[in-house]
Design a protein around this ligand. Structure first.
Ligand SMILES: Nc1ncnc2c1ncn2[C@@H]1O[C@H](COP(=O)(O)OP(=O)(O)OP(=O)(O)O)[C@@H](O)[C@H]1O
Ligand SMILES: O=C(O)c1ccc[n+]([C@@H]2O[C@H](COP(=O)([O-])O)[C@@H](O)[C@H]2O)c1
Length: 226
């Protein structure tokens, strides 16, 4: 039985150990309620991961802590619709680069969009919310991507569908905070003191999560390899 999130066949022992947290594979509501009846909070960090680097791990871990997330799915995109295919490593290679950096149970590398057959974020979120009705999803993105958000397909539907956590990135923060998305959403920003409530809020809602920053990028790593 393959797991829709990890794509891996789990040995029985691992399934038993992981079942309290890991989504089960099939329809219905695969996410068990927590012992305290709180819905599972799941961060979605979509990305090309071409390749993954410590900047991804930093923002995923920081979001997990700041938002009390049970899991963060590092969703390796089948292909960012706005990025050229040329120079994009195969999905398996990009997934492997994420797996090499991840430790522990909270951060979960996944190619779930490929299995769901979605590429645009608006479709991914709608499908995930249908498939996992008991989860509370939060979309995590770096400040550079928040600036680009108005170029996404049906971006206003995206922001109406999922709370958004914007993570700081060196050189991108000022532009993000005065960009079109920030301006459109100016009445929907959570103040820093209320960030932990983000997953419980009804969208549109977003927050900028201050914290440590790392200037690393996949582009720099690819260039260094050449
Ligand atoms: N160093 C970083 N600091 C903060 N956010 C980051 C950082 N690197 C990537 N991100 C965020 O992680 C997500 C996935 O990024 P992606 O996989 O495209 O990495 P990248 O380094 O931006 O790649 P590239 O240089 O190829 O564009 C995006 O939301 C992006 O903003
Ligand atoms: O839905 C869109 O139109 C869209 C356009 C550009 C990027 N995205 C998503 O944004 C996430 C970050 O992409 P990237 O390539 O900057 O790491 C990833 O999950 C993409 O699928 C989504």
């Amino acid at each position: 039985m393959s797991d829709i999130v990890t794509g891996q066949r789990l040995p029985d022992s691992a399934r038993t150990r992981q079942e309290p947290q890991a989504p089960a594979p099939h329809s219905g509501d695969p996410l068990p309620a927590r012992g305290d009846n709180r819905r599972l909070r799941i961060g979605l960090l979509g990305g090309s991961f071409n390749p993954a680097h410590p900047g991804h791990i930093l923002i995923a871990s920081r979001a997990a802590r700041a938002l009390s997330l049970d899991q963060v799915w590092l969703m390796v995109s089948p292909g960012n619709p706005l990025k050229p295919r040329h120079g994009m490593a195969p999905l398996t290679q990009r997934l492997a680069s994420v797996r090499r950096l991840v430790r522990g149970r909270t951060l979960i590398p996944t190619t779930i969009e490929t299995r769901l057959g979605t590429r645009y974020t608006v479709d991914t979120i709608r499908t995930l919310k249908t498939r996992f009705p008991n989860a509370r999803f939060v979309w995590i993105m770096g400040a550079d991507v928040f600036t680009q958000l108005p170029r996404w397909r049906r971006w206003k539907d995206v922001i109406r569908t999922v709370p958004i956590a914007v993570m700081p990135r060196p050189g991108s923060n000022a532009a993000a905070l005065r960009g079109q998305a920030a301006s459109f959403l100016r009445h929907y920003r959570l103040p820093t003191g209320k960030i932990r409530q983000l997953p419980e809020k009804t969208p549109p809602v977003w927050a900028f999560l201050p914290g440590p920053q790392n200037g690393i990028s996949s582009t720099a790593l690819r260039n260094a390899e050449q």
